[in-house]
Ligand binder design. Structure first.
Ligand code: ZN
Length: 661
């Protein structure tokens, strides 16, 4: 058994405990998404030994749902016809013997056609009444008897005959898409229609129309059904044993994946982890780094450097590792990403004592919209700007904002979060009053009425802007001095600064941009592009345009200059590493007596490819605090001069540990 694995005595089913294994186990997950053929010749001892050698402490493997990976006695739970290798319980025993926890991967989103033919009312029905079928499996409806009554029976059978340590349900909820990218709208089965009618006395919409209030009502109804179903399932599982870890309750599984034709999000793993763990890093983050290129190319690995980079982002921001492959470690044909990933797992294993118990050392919080499936250019732009500026930061959804979190932070950035609840607005005003800086961009904080701390009144909103720009001359914006005209995109909210509110920049309205002979402006208005209002001991700063979205879309220094002048000058955020290359991500973490700096070198990301990182040399990092000892854990040599750390060379990743005086 690996010596860094603490096997809790609380794993026995049915016994209450306040110490849970998932809080004590250093989380290094390998999700082996087993194809049915992988069970045919699976050798449990080899399977577990491979995981152990890789450095895994947790494995997620197929157990129930689409196919049963064990001899289920339930007539509607189809047993795989490939169970000729080791049994599921033998796999569990072999893993447990090595201290590896085992999560049961279940997927109740589909049933085999033969089961569907026995129970046609369990299927998801499209608007025309047809079903969604792919490769012999039929999509189920979340409101079907299968999901509400039979799934609990399956879970009960599985978990009372096998001692799993956790459950992960794949594709839960109303899945209206297929593997080919088809989108099928709402389920219109009889139970969905009747349920909606009973709840709201309305006919269910046949297809989504986001402008139709009935659609929004129906989406709320679906969300409610999902919540109720999950609560019932969780109740069943926890009644079997409170020591069975649940996704979304005891740990949170997210993915950093790729898909054909979908743009790469280079900070995917960092951002996922920051959202999951929070500033105190309480929740266990299982951010699965997906090996394959997309659904259609399950066998083909993405770049090895990308897989390693995402694991380093996981380690630095959430303190865990997680790899997701199709098949087993021993039979996975494309092995290009395994060694680089294993290297990160081994680093995590070696330095578990350092990594565990860390909390965020950031004092900046990025708040973004509450929305399903995040693709939010405004917050992505801020993430890029903060990362390129080497400013450590936390992230949360608007709904996650609370007093305890605010007490840790000095600067809050609201990324185009339009609708604040009155209590949220008060919380932010109080935060500014007590000395914090509140930065809002786009229409953040302007939805119902402006935040009091902003000290502005609203004018009209200009839309469809093309050539409008901002002229900046103020000394508070030194980075803009050589580029004094700032492009801002299609929308601009006019505001009038109050008596004590400073306005920076001036709006140059629409003017000709072609032919070049007439491409010049003649008018400069008084509408500011940035305002600052001193408020109590702090301040409110408004950027009344989507600076994050414009930066994420265009990526020019012109925009970054403004963001950095706001952050460093107007908010007085300390510059930790002004000379460090923008492609290096810096993460600051702390625990009693220790400050830990992680540096992730993403310079190998070029165009849309990942290559070997370009080494960075002679890095200087200046931190608040006083330190007496410094050490680098991944090959670099560090020295300490006052509160400045000098690192001789950064390859792909470094973790620097400072002992505080
Ligand atoms: Zn339905």
């Amino acid at each position: 058994m690996p010596k860094d694995i603490k096997v809790a005595t609380t794993v026995q089913h049915g016994k209450e405990s306040t110490v849970h294994w998932w809080n004590e186990t250093p989380w290094r997950m390998v999700q082996t998404n087993l194809r049915e053929i992988d069970m045919a010749d699976l050798d449990a001892e080899k399977f577990a030994a491979d995981l152990e050698a890789f450095g895994a402490t947790v494995v997620n493997l197929n157990a129930a749902g689409i196919l049963a990976s064990y001899q289920s006695k339930l007539p509607y739970h189809t047993v795989s016809s490939h169970l000729t290798g080791s049994s599921l319980q033998q796999i569990l025993d072999a893993c447990h013997k090595r201290g590896i926890r085992v999560i049961a991967r279940c997927d109740f989103s589909k049933i085999p056609v033969a089961v569907y033919e026995q129970h046609p009312d369990w299927a998801f029905r499209k608007a025309d009444g047809s079903i969604i079928e792919q490769n012999g499996f039929v999509q189920t409806c979340q409101n079907s008897v299968y999901q509400t009554e039979k799934v609990p029976e399956i879970l009960r059978e599985l978990l009372t005959t096998h001692d799993f340590d956790g459950v992960y349900c794949n594709m839960s909820g109303f899945i209206a898409t297929d593997y080919h990218g088809g989108v099928h709208g709402f389920c219109t089965c009889d139970r969905c229609k009747a349920g909606f009618k009973a709840a709201f006395n309305m006919d269910a919409p046949l297809k989504p129309d986001m402008k139709d209030p009935v659609t929004l009502r129906y989406m709320g109804f679906q969300a409610g059904c999902g919540k109720k179903l999950r609560a019932a399932m969780n109740g069943v599982i926890k009644s079997i044993s409170p020591e069975i870890a649940l996704d979304k309750v005891d740990f949170l599984r997210t993915e950093s994946h790729s898909e054909v034709d979908i743009p790469i999000w280079v900070y995917s793993a960092s951002s996922n982890c920051r959202q999951t763990v929070g500033a105190e890093r309480q929740m266990v983050s299982d951010n699965a780094v997906v090996d394959y290129m997309g659904f259609r190319y399950r066998e083909c690995s993405i770049c090895p450097e990308a897989l390693a980079l995402r694991q380093w982002q996981n380690v630095a921001n959430g303190g865990s590792c997680s790899l997701y492959i199709i098949g087993r470690l021993d039979s996975h044909l494309d092995r290009s990403g395994l060694e680089p990933t294993k290297k990160v797992f081994q680093f995590h294993k070696k330095y578990t004592d350092v990594i565990s118990g860390l909390q965020s050392g950031a004092e900046v919080l990025l708040v973004y919209k509450d929305q399903l499936g995040r693709s939010d250019a405004e917050s992505y732009g801020w993430i890029r700007a903060l990362t390129a500026s080497h400013i450590p930061f936390d992230e949360c959804r608007l709904a996650g904002l609370n007093e305890m979190l605010l007490a840790r932070e000095k600067t809050i950035i609201l990324a185009d979060v339009k609708m604040l609840k009155p209590e949220q607005a008060v919380m932010l005003d109080v935060f500014a009053q007590r000395g914090g800086a509140v930065i809002v961009s786009g229409e953040a904080g302007l939805g119902r009425q402006p935040l009091d701390c902003l000290g502005v009144t609203l004018g009209i909103k200009r839309k469809g802007c093309m050539s409008s720009v901002l002229k900046v001359e103020e000394p508070e914006f030194p980075r803009c001095a050589k580029a004094p005209l700032i492009a801002f995109g299609p929308e601009f909210q006019e505001v009038v600064p109050g008596e004590n509110t400073a306005g920076y920049m001036k709006l140059i309205p629409e003017h000709p941009f072609g032919p070049p002979e007439v491409a010049y402006f003649t008018e400069v208005t008084e509408f500011p592009g940035v305002t600052l209002h001193p408020y109590g001991a702090g301040r409110g700063i408004l950027i009344p345009w989507n600076i994050g979205a414009f930066y994420h879309g265009e990526g020019y220094t012109n925009t970054l200059n403004v963001m950095q002048d706001v952050l460093f000058n107007l908010c007085s955020i300390p510059e930790i590493a002004p000379e460090l290359h923008e492609s290096v991500e810096l993460v600051l973490s702390r625990k009693p007596g220790k400050t830990v700096l992680s540096l992730i070198n993403a310079s190998g990301y070029f165009a849309n490819s990942y290559f070997k990182s370009i080494p960075m040399t002679d890095i200087k990092l200046t931190l608040p605090g006083s330190f007496e000892k410094v050490v680098a854990l991944n090959g670099g040599h560090v020295t300490l001069d006052g509160n400045t750390v000098c690192l001789d060379r950064l390859n792909d990743f470094e973790m620097i540990v400072l002992e505080e005086q």
